[in-house]
Design a protein around this ligand. Sequence first.
Ligand SMILES: [Zn+2]
Length: 497
Amino acid sequence: MKNKKIKCLILGLIIIGLIVIVYFFLKKNDTIDLDNKIDALSYNMKLDLDTKNKVLNEKVEMEIKNNTRKSIDEIVIRDMTKSLLKYYKENYNKESNNKSEILGIKENDIDLKYTIEKDSIVKVKLNKTLKPNDTVKINVSIKTDIPERQDRFGYIKRNDGYIYALSFCFPYLADNIDGKWILNPYFDDGENRSYDLADYEIEIKHPSDYLVIATGSEETNNGITKITAKNIRDIAIVLSDMYKKDSFEVEGIKINNYYLDSKYTEKYRKLTKLVIEESIKVYTDKVGKYPYDTLDIAPLLFGFGYGGMEYPSLIMTNATSFYDGTMMDAWSLHDGLTHEIGHQWFYGTVGNNEYSEGWIDEGFTTYLERQLFGLYDGEAHKYLREIDEYAPSIEDNIKSREELMETAREDYKDIYLNVSPDKYENDQSYGEAEYETSYIFIQEIRMAMGDEKFNKFLKDFYKTYYLKTVNTDMVLKLIREYDNSKKINEIIDFYFK
Ligand SMILES: [Zn+2]
């Protein structure tokens, strides 16, 4: 009798156990588990900026953990410098320096064998099999020329000094899903960075009269700057002997707003400060809290017609017309700066694959720029209208939105948002798809849901994926959780394949 009871109990427990296992197995397969990957936990970098020869020497140690269920013998590292230099040479400065080489890859002190494919894919054979849950430290040494071009990677010279932009030039572990490597090519029109969050410790040697601005926090002593950044997707460093800085606080975030001296400096300082203050307030209120303590804004001279560039806790904004130009383009600065600030929320905080699913960060950021900030009648907008006679009124902005929406279904009927740039059909272009069409998609969803429900969705989306990574399926699933009506599904079917 007693025995039978125990047997029944054991059998019952086994059945419950099996049900639990099956439940979790099914649940796991419901969406892609983006944490199930070979993960770069931290990067420790020693950098040496040689301004005489325009060369960057990099020693990068990455700590890598195998979070998959399989053992691995090989990892993939991305080094974009070759692709980047090649692109610059072909499309811009043909005379520019363009050499970049990997000097060696080591595990402890042992040299590792590696092969390079398509300029940027570095397949590294590990010395020892990396079992599930094991970690390994890999050291990569790179020496790269710095091209003369003001962009994400390069330098420019002006009468009063230099500006160096260092980004897209640091080697990193390729993103992967369950050990399957994602190997998108270098993409100059948009981005193709890692979306993985990691901790960074960096030491960079540079001329002692240069100011150093970087993602995370920085501390300079005698020409050596130490940079610390935690739980962050990417690194950028801007160095210059031309910068001055305004510091202020917004929503508890320390803002370092750098500027260049020119005849428009006072207008630049006032407009940028107002845009920064009000953008952060509006986005915090309507979307959620910014995750880091500081935000640095560095003015770069990208040239006319270029926007800015976003990094977590650092923005490169385009100050060309305020510094080089004879005509100050305040409107572009106003819109461009709030756009890059918006990326702190979508890209920096809620991350996604910027190459194959760029619609997520660009679409939501454009929504923040045009809807949340573009229709916000604050001091920044008032001041913009004061100094730029061409700048639109709030009513003009509403009208532009209506006009765009009126023809969108016809204009974008051949564009699908979940198509990566290498698979574009017809005349689909990155700007049209990832910015305009995705913005319209989000507007259509907002209008179908109604503002109240949509605003709740937006906050929930941000909170749910705060410092996590999303893909298209996850976003659409959440939209449908808020509204699974015929109308919403029709909109999704129209814009997605
Ligand atoms: Zn953008």
